[in-house]
Design a protein. Structure first.
Length: 422
Protein backbone atom coordinates (compact mmCIF):
# COMPACT_ATOMS: atom_id res chain seq x y z
CA UNK A 1 0.00 0.00 0.00
CA UNK A 2 1.47 3.33 -1.07
CA UNK A 3 1.96 5.95 1.60
CA UNK A 4 0.65 9.41 0.71
CA UNK A 5 2.35 12.33 2.45
CA UNK A 6 1.70 16.02 2.06
CA UNK A 7 3.17 19.24 3.41
CA UNK A 8 0.69 21.02 5.68
CA UNK A 9 2.10 23.59 8.09
CA UNK A 10 5.02 24.82 10.16
CA UNK A 11 4.11 25.49 13.77
CA UNK A 12 7.45 25.72 15.56
CA UNK A 13 11.12 25.85 14.86
CA UNK A 14 11.54 22.79 17.09
CA UNK A 15 9.94 20.54 14.44
CA UNK A 16 10.16 20.09 10.72
CA UNK A 17 7.20 21.39 8.66
CA UNK A 18 4.15 19.36 9.64
CA UNK A 19 3.22 16.49 7.32
CA UNK A 20 0.20 14.24 6.93
CA UNK A 21 0.72 10.49 6.53
CA UNK A 22 -2.35 8.42 5.73
CA UNK A 23 -4.56 11.16 7.23
CA UNK A 24 -2.41 11.39 10.39
CA UNK A 25 -0.73 14.75 10.91
CA UNK A 26 2.76 14.53 12.34
CA UNK A 27 5.13 17.01 13.95
CA UNK A 28 8.49 15.34 13.47
CA UNK A 29 11.19 16.61 15.83
CA UNK A 30 13.87 18.73 14.23
CA UNK A 31 17.11 17.29 15.58
CA UNK A 32 19.54 20.17 16.03
CA UNK A 33 22.58 18.03 15.30
CA UNK A 34 21.07 16.85 11.99
CA UNK A 35 20.23 20.39 10.90
CA UNK A 36 23.69 21.69 11.78
CA UNK A 37 25.43 18.84 9.95
CA UNK A 38 23.28 19.25 6.87
CA UNK A 39 23.82 23.02 6.64
CA UNK A 40 27.57 22.57 7.15
CA UNK A 41 27.63 19.93 4.42
CA UNK A 42 25.86 22.18 1.91
CA UNK A 43 28.45 24.89 2.55
CA UNK A 44 31.62 22.83 2.67
CA UNK A 45 31.16 19.56 0.80
CA UNK A 46 31.35 18.78 -2.92
CA UNK A 47 28.53 16.69 -4.50
CA UNK A 48 30.00 13.19 -3.88
CA UNK A 49 30.82 14.04 -0.26
CA UNK A 50 27.37 15.57 0.22
CA UNK A 51 25.75 12.35 -1.05
CA UNK A 52 27.70 10.31 1.49
CA UNK A 53 26.74 12.77 4.22
CA UNK A 54 23.03 12.56 3.34
CA UNK A 55 23.12 8.77 3.51
CA UNK A 56 24.67 9.04 6.97
CA UNK A 57 22.10 11.64 8.12
CA UNK A 58 19.21 9.48 6.92
CA UNK A 59 20.67 6.47 8.71
CA UNK A 60 21.12 8.44 11.97
CA UNK A 61 17.85 10.41 12.02
CA UNK A 62 14.54 8.67 11.11
CA UNK A 63 12.63 11.94 11.68
CA UNK A 64 14.64 13.69 8.97
CA UNK A 65 14.29 10.67 6.66
CA UNK A 66 10.50 10.60 7.06
CA UNK A 67 10.22 14.33 6.50
CA UNK A 68 12.29 14.33 3.30
CA UNK A 69 10.31 11.35 2.01
CA UNK A 70 7.16 13.39 2.66
CA UNK A 71 8.53 16.25 0.57
CA UNK A 72 9.25 13.90 -2.32
CA UNK A 73 5.78 12.33 -2.10
CA UNK A 74 4.16 15.76 -2.09
CA UNK A 75 5.95 16.41 -5.40
CA UNK A 76 4.69 13.17 -6.94
CA UNK A 77 7.89 11.19 -6.30
CA UNK A 78 7.94 7.95 -4.32
CA UNK A 79 11.54 6.77 -3.75
CA UNK A 80 11.79 3.05 -3.05
CA UNK A 81 15.00 3.16 -1.01
CA UNK A 82 17.53 5.50 0.61
CA UNK A 83 19.66 5.92 -2.50
CA UNK A 84 16.68 7.15 -4.55
CA UNK A 85 15.73 9.54 -1.76
CA UNK A 86 19.28 10.97 -1.72
CA UNK A 87 19.15 11.40 -5.50
CA UNK A 88 15.89 13.37 -5.26
CA UNK A 89 17.19 15.45 -2.36
CA UNK A 90 20.34 16.42 -4.26
CA UNK A 91 18.26 17.45 -7.28
CA UNK A 92 14.76 18.89 -6.84
CA UNK A 93 14.57 18.46 -3.06
CA UNK A 94 16.91 21.30 -2.16
CA UNK A 95 14.96 23.78 -4.29
CA UNK A 96 11.66 22.61 -2.84
CA UNK A 97 12.86 23.04 0.75
CA UNK A 98 14.26 26.49 -0.02
CA UNK A 99 10.86 27.59 -1.37
CA UNK A 100 8.74 26.39 1.58
CA UNK A 101 7.09 29.14 3.62
CA UNK A 102 8.81 29.08 7.05
CA UNK A 103 6.03 31.22 8.56
CA UNK A 104 3.09 29.09 7.44
CA UNK A 105 0.78 28.35 10.39
CA UNK A 106 -1.89 25.65 10.41
CA UNK A 107 -5.49 26.46 11.29
CA UNK A 108 -5.87 23.35 13.44
CA UNK A 109 -4.16 22.53 16.71
CA UNK A 110 -0.59 21.41 15.91
CA UNK A 111 -0.11 17.64 16.26
CA UNK A 112 1.52 16.20 19.33
CA UNK A 113 5.25 15.60 18.85
CA UNK A 114 5.19 12.72 21.36
CA UNK A 115 2.53 10.92 19.29
CA UNK A 116 4.70 11.45 16.21
CA UNK A 117 7.65 9.82 17.96
CA UNK A 118 5.47 6.83 18.85
CA UNK A 119 4.41 6.34 15.24
CA UNK A 120 7.97 6.63 13.91
CA UNK A 121 9.05 4.11 16.55
CA UNK A 122 6.62 1.55 15.11
CA UNK A 123 7.75 2.21 11.55
CA UNK A 124 11.43 1.92 12.50
CA UNK A 125 10.73 -1.38 14.29
CA UNK A 126 8.89 -2.71 11.23
CA UNK A 127 11.76 -1.76 8.93
CA UNK A 128 14.28 -3.52 11.14
CA UNK A 129 12.13 -6.64 11.39
CA UNK A 130 11.74 -6.71 7.60
CA UNK A 131 15.48 -6.06 7.16
CA UNK A 132 15.08 -3.13 4.79
CA UNK A 133 15.68 0.58 5.10
CA UNK A 134 13.19 3.12 6.46
CA UNK A 135 12.32 4.55 3.02
CA UNK A 136 11.25 1.13 1.76
CA UNK A 137 9.04 0.77 4.85
CA UNK A 138 7.45 4.21 4.34
CA UNK A 139 6.68 3.31 0.73
CA UNK A 140 4.99 0.01 1.61
CA UNK A 141 3.56 0.00 5.14
CA UNK A 142 -0.09 0.26 6.13
CA UNK A 143 -0.40 2.45 9.22
CA UNK A 144 -3.71 0.84 10.14
CA UNK A 145 -1.86 -2.44 10.69
CA UNK A 146 0.96 -1.09 12.83
CA UNK A 147 1.24 -2.81 16.22
CA UNK A 148 -0.49 -1.15 19.17
CA UNK A 149 2.56 -1.58 21.40
CA UNK A 150 5.94 -0.10 20.58
CA UNK A 151 9.49 -1.22 21.15
CA UNK A 152 10.54 0.51 24.38
CA UNK A 153 14.25 0.55 23.47
CA UNK A 154 13.65 2.20 20.09
CA UNK A 155 11.14 4.65 21.61
CA UNK A 156 13.58 5.71 24.33
CA UNK A 157 16.37 6.20 21.78
CA UNK A 158 14.15 8.35 19.52
CA UNK A 159 12.88 10.38 22.48
CA UNK A 160 16.43 11.09 23.52
CA UNK A 161 17.34 11.99 19.92
CA UNK A 162 14.44 14.47 19.80
CA UNK A 163 15.42 16.21 23.04
CA UNK A 164 15.85 19.98 22.47
CA UNK A 165 19.42 21.31 22.56
CA UNK A 166 20.76 22.83 25.77
CA UNK A 167 22.67 26.08 26.25
CA UNK A 168 25.87 24.07 26.54
CA UNK A 169 25.40 22.94 22.92
CA UNK A 170 26.09 26.48 21.74
CA UNK A 171 24.15 28.52 19.14
CA UNK A 172 21.78 26.48 17.02
CA UNK A 173 20.53 26.91 13.49
CA UNK A 174 16.84 26.96 12.63
CA UNK A 175 14.84 26.09 9.53
CA UNK A 176 15.14 29.56 8.00
CA UNK A 177 18.94 29.29 8.23
CA UNK A 178 18.78 26.07 6.21
CA UNK A 179 16.62 27.76 3.58
CA UNK A 180 19.07 30.64 3.21
CA UNK A 181 21.99 28.29 2.66
CA UNK A 182 20.07 26.24 0.11
CA UNK A 183 19.13 29.40 -1.79
CA UNK A 184 22.79 30.44 -1.86
CA UNK A 185 23.70 27.00 -3.15
CA UNK A 186 21.22 27.20 -6.05
CA UNK A 187 21.66 30.91 -6.83
CA UNK A 188 24.67 30.40 -9.11
CA UNK A 189 22.85 27.74 -11.17
CA UNK A 190 19.85 30.06 -11.52
CA UNK A 191 22.07 32.92 -12.67
CA UNK A 192 23.77 30.70 -15.25
CA UNK A 193 20.38 29.61 -16.62
CA UNK A 194 19.26 33.22 -16.99
CA UNK A 195 22.55 34.13 -18.65
CA UNK A 196 22.18 31.29 -21.14
CA UNK A 197 18.61 32.33 -21.96
CA UNK A 198 19.71 35.89 -22.69
CA UNK A 199 22.55 34.64 -24.84
CA UNK A 200 20.19 32.49 -26.91
CA UNK A 201 17.81 35.44 -27.38
CA UNK A 202 20.75 37.47 -28.71
CA UNK A 203 21.45 34.68 -31.19
CA UNK A 204 17.79 34.80 -32.22
CA UNK A 205 18.09 38.49 -33.09
CA UNK A 206 21.32 37.84 -34.99
CA UNK A 207 19.71 35.01 -36.96
CA UNK A 208 16.80 37.20 -37.98
CA UNK A 209 19.16 39.74 -39.56
CA UNK A 210 21.61 37.20 -40.94
CA UNK A 211 18.91 35.31 -42.80
CA UNK A 212 18.29 38.35 -45.01
CA UNK A 213 21.76 39.90 -45.20
CA UNK A 214 23.72 36.69 -45.83
CA UNK A 215 21.32 34.45 -47.74
CA UNK A 216 21.03 36.86 -50.69
CA UNK A 217 24.78 36.91 -51.53
CA UNK A 218 24.97 33.15 -50.86
CA UNK A 219 22.19 32.55 -53.38
CA UNK A 220 24.04 34.71 -55.91
CA UNK A 221 27.30 32.82 -55.35
CA UNK A 222 25.72 29.39 -55.68
CA UNK A 223 23.69 30.36 -58.79
CA UNK A 224 26.69 31.79 -60.61
CA UNK A 225 28.89 28.90 -59.50
CA UNK A 226 26.43 26.33 -60.86
CA UNK A 227 26.12 28.27 -64.13
CA UNK A 228 29.90 28.35 -64.58
CA UNK A 229 30.18 24.68 -63.62
CA UNK A 230 27.63 23.68 -66.25
CA UNK A 231 29.81 24.94 -69.13
CA UNK A 232 33.25 24.22 -67.63
CA UNK A 233 35.31 21.46 -69.26
CA UNK A 234 38.61 21.79 -67.35
CA UNK A 235 38.72 19.18 -64.55
CA UNK A 236 40.67 21.36 -62.11
CA UNK A 237 38.26 24.25 -62.53
CA UNK A 238 35.31 21.86 -62.18
CA UNK A 239 36.61 20.74 -58.78
CA UNK A 240 37.15 24.34 -57.67
CA UNK A 241 33.67 25.40 -58.80
CA UNK A 242 32.11 22.32 -57.17
CA UNK A 243 33.80 23.25 -53.90
CA UNK A 244 32.49 26.82 -54.15
CA UNK A 245 28.92 25.61 -54.75
CA UNK A 246 29.11 23.01 -51.96
CA UNK A 247 30.38 25.53 -49.44
CA UNK A 248 27.68 28.01 -50.41
CA UNK A 249 25.05 25.34 -49.76
CA UNK A 250 26.76 24.50 -46.45
CA UNK A 251 26.64 28.13 -45.34
CA UNK A 252 22.99 28.29 -46.41
CA UNK A 253 22.23 25.23 -44.25
CA UNK A 254 23.88 26.92 -41.27
CA UNK A 255 21.67 29.99 -41.74
CA UNK A 256 18.61 27.75 -42.07
CA UNK A 257 19.46 26.12 -38.73
CA UNK A 258 19.88 29.54 -37.14
CA UNK A 259 16.44 30.50 -38.39
CA UNK A 260 14.99 27.97 -35.96
CA UNK A 261 15.61 30.63 -33.31
CA UNK A 262 14.21 33.58 -35.28
CA UNK A 263 11.21 31.87 -36.90
CA UNK A 264 10.61 28.41 -35.44
CA UNK A 265 8.20 26.21 -37.39
CA UNK A 266 4.59 26.14 -36.23
CA UNK A 267 4.19 23.30 -33.78
CA UNK A 268 0.88 21.69 -32.95
CA UNK A 269 0.94 20.99 -29.22
CA UNK A 270 -1.28 18.03 -28.42
CA UNK A 271 -1.33 14.86 -26.34
CA UNK A 272 1.60 12.56 -27.22
CA UNK A 273 2.58 9.13 -25.93
CA UNK A 274 6.17 9.55 -24.80
CA UNK A 275 7.19 5.94 -25.28
CA UNK A 276 6.01 5.95 -28.90
CA UNK A 277 8.07 9.08 -29.64
CA UNK A 278 11.19 7.50 -28.13
CA UNK A 279 10.66 4.22 -29.97
CA UNK A 280 10.44 6.12 -33.26
CA UNK A 281 13.62 8.10 -32.44
CA UNK A 282 15.56 4.94 -31.56
CA UNK A 283 14.34 3.13 -34.68
CA UNK A 284 15.41 6.08 -36.86
CA UNK A 285 18.95 5.84 -35.47
CA UNK A 286 19.10 2.05 -35.28
CA UNK A 287 21.72 1.60 -38.04
CA UNK A 288 24.14 4.13 -36.53
CA UNK A 289 23.66 2.79 -33.00
CA UNK A 290 24.25 -0.79 -34.12
CA UNK A 291 27.32 0.21 -36.15
CA UNK A 292 28.81 1.82 -33.02
CA UNK A 293 27.80 -1.14 -30.82
CA UNK A 294 25.55 1.08 -28.68
CA UNK A 295 22.65 -0.52 -26.81
CA UNK A 296 19.54 1.47 -25.82
CA UNK A 297 17.02 0.79 -23.05
CA UNK A 298 13.64 2.43 -22.43
CA UNK A 299 12.56 2.33 -18.77
CA UNK A 300 9.56 4.68 -18.56
CA UNK A 301 5.85 4.04 -18.07
CA UNK A 302 4.09 3.40 -21.38
CA UNK A 303 1.01 5.31 -20.17
CA UNK A 304 2.76 8.66 -19.58
CA UNK A 305 1.84 11.40 -22.06
CA UNK A 306 3.20 14.89 -22.68
CA UNK A 307 1.92 18.00 -24.43
CA UNK A 308 3.94 18.45 -27.59
CA UNK A 309 4.36 18.38 -31.34
CA UNK A 310 5.06 14.94 -32.81
CA UNK A 311 7.81 15.99 -35.22
CA UNK A 312 9.29 18.56 -32.82
CA UNK A 313 9.68 16.01 -30.02
CA UNK A 314 11.04 13.47 -32.47
CA UNK A 315 13.70 15.89 -33.72
CA UNK A 316 14.64 16.94 -30.18
CA UNK A 317 15.09 13.41 -28.86
CA UNK A 318 16.91 12.30 -32.01
CA UNK A 319 19.34 15.22 -31.59
CA UNK A 320 19.98 14.23 -27.96
CA UNK A 321 20.56 10.59 -28.91
CA UNK A 322 22.85 11.73 -31.74
CA UNK A 323 24.89 13.76 -29.26
CA UNK A 324 25.36 10.69 -27.05
CA UNK A 325 26.21 8.43 -29.99
CA UNK A 326 28.79 10.85 -31.44
CA UNK A 327 30.79 10.76 -28.20
CA UNK A 328 30.73 6.96 -27.78
CA UNK A 329 32.62 4.19 -29.51
CA UNK A 330 30.41 1.63 -27.75
CA UNK A 331 28.28 1.46 -24.61
CA UNK A 332 24.76 1.93 -23.34
CA UNK A 333 22.15 4.68 -23.47
CA UNK A 334 19.33 4.52 -20.92
CA UNK A 335 16.15 6.54 -21.44
CA UNK A 336 13.73 6.89 -18.53
CA UNK A 337 10.85 9.15 -17.60
CA UNK A 338 8.68 9.80 -14.55
CA UNK A 339 5.98 12.29 -13.56
CA UNK A 340 6.46 15.20 -11.13
CA UNK A 341 3.15 16.91 -10.43
CA UNK A 342 2.18 18.43 -13.81
CA UNK A 343 5.62 17.81 -15.35
CA UNK A 344 7.33 14.81 -16.93
CA UNK A 345 11.01 14.40 -16.08
CA UNK A 346 13.00 12.66 -18.82
CA UNK A 347 16.55 11.42 -18.33
CA UNK A 348 18.80 10.25 -21.17
CA UNK A 349 22.00 8.83 -19.69
CA UNK A 350 25.03 7.22 -21.32
CA UNK A 351 28.24 5.65 -20.06
CA UNK A 352 30.48 7.51 -22.49
CA UNK A 353 33.47 9.75 -21.75
CA UNK A 354 31.51 12.64 -20.23
CA UNK A 355 32.02 16.36 -20.90
CA UNK A 356 34.84 18.57 -19.67
CA UNK A 357 33.62 21.03 -17.05
CA UNK A 358 34.92 24.04 -19.00
CA UNK A 359 32.77 22.98 -21.97
CA UNK A 360 29.49 22.37 -20.11
CA UNK A 361 28.47 26.09 -20.03
CA UNK A 362 28.64 26.37 -23.85
CA UNK A 363 27.35 23.04 -25.12
CA UNK A 364 24.00 24.57 -26.14
CA UNK A 365 25.65 27.36 -28.14
CA UNK A 366 24.99 27.11 -31.89
CA UNK A 367 27.96 25.81 -33.91
CA UNK A 368 29.83 24.64 -30.83
CA UNK A 369 31.03 21.07 -31.28
CA UNK A 370 33.30 18.85 -29.24
CA UNK A 371 34.41 17.17 -32.46
CA UNK A 372 37.17 18.37 -34.73
CA UNK A 373 36.43 21.05 -37.33
CA UNK A 374 34.51 19.90 -40.38
CA UNK A 375 32.59 17.09 -38.68
CA UNK A 376 29.10 18.50 -38.34
CA UNK A 377 27.79 21.98 -37.67
CA UNK A 378 27.45 21.58 -33.91
CA UNK A 379 23.80 22.61 -33.92
CA UNK A 380 22.09 19.49 -32.52
CA UNK A 381 21.95 20.48 -28.84
CA UNK A 382 21.02 24.06 -29.72
CA UNK A 383 18.10 22.78 -31.76
CA UNK A 384 17.03 20.50 -28.88
CA UNK A 385 17.18 23.43 -26.44
CA UNK A 386 15.04 25.62 -28.69
CA UNK A 387 12.42 22.91 -29.21
CA UNK A 388 12.22 22.36 -25.45
CA UNK A 389 11.63 26.11 -24.96
CA UNK A 390 8.82 26.09 -27.54
CA UNK A 391 7.21 23.25 -25.59
CA UNK A 392 7.36 25.31 -22.34
CA UNK A 393 9.96 22.89 -21.04
CA UNK A 394 13.61 22.89 -20.04
CA UNK A 395 16.76 20.93 -20.77
CA UNK A 396 20.09 20.57 -18.98
CA UNK A 397 23.17 18.36 -19.21
CA UNK A 398 25.46 17.22 -16.41
CA UNK A 399 28.18 14.64 -15.88
CA UNK A 400 27.16 11.54 -13.97
CA UNK A 401 29.94 11.96 -11.41
CA UNK A 402 31.26 14.93 -9.53
CA UNK A 403 34.84 14.04 -10.55
CA UNK A 404 35.39 16.43 -13.46
CA UNK A 405 38.65 14.70 -14.34
CA UNK A 406 37.05 11.27 -14.74
CA UNK A 407 33.33 11.56 -15.61
CA UNK A 408 31.58 8.26 -16.34
CA UNK A 409 29.00 9.53 -18.80
CA UNK A 410 26.40 12.27 -19.05
CA UNK A 411 22.76 12.66 -18.14
CA UNK A 412 20.49 14.92 -20.19
CA UNK A 413 17.41 15.96 -18.19
CA UNK A 414 14.35 17.29 -20.02
CA UNK A 415 11.18 18.60 -18.36
CA UNK A 416 7.98 18.77 -20.42
CA UNK A 417 4.34 19.51 -19.49
CA UNK A 418 2.40 16.36 -18.67
CA UNK A 419 -0.84 15.60 -20.50
CA UNK A 420 -3.46 13.93 -18.32
CA UNK A 421 -6.77 12.51 -19.41
CA UNK A 422 -9.72 14.71 -18.51
Amino acid sequence: MRVFLFIFAIHTMQTWPTITIQHRRLALPQVAKTLNRYVTGVIKLNPPERTAQLLKLFADDPFFTTWVYALAAARGQHPSDLSELVEWMNDAGQTYIADLDPDLVGELQPPDAADSITLITAIVANSRNADHDLVAELAACDFAKLPATVDAEIHDALTQLAAPPTEQDGPQLDFSDLQKVLRWDTMEDSFQQQLHTQKMLAIKNFAYGASHEINNPLANISTRGQALLYDETDSDRQRSLSTIVAQAFRANAMIADLMLFAHPPTMKLERQNLQEIFQRSVEEMALQLEANNIQTELTGDSNIHVVGDTNGLFEMFKALLQNCADAMESGNITIGWTTQLDQVRIEIADNGPGIATDILPVIFDPFFSGREAGRGLGFGLSKAWRIAQIHHGSIEVKNLTGDSANPTGICVTVHLPESRES
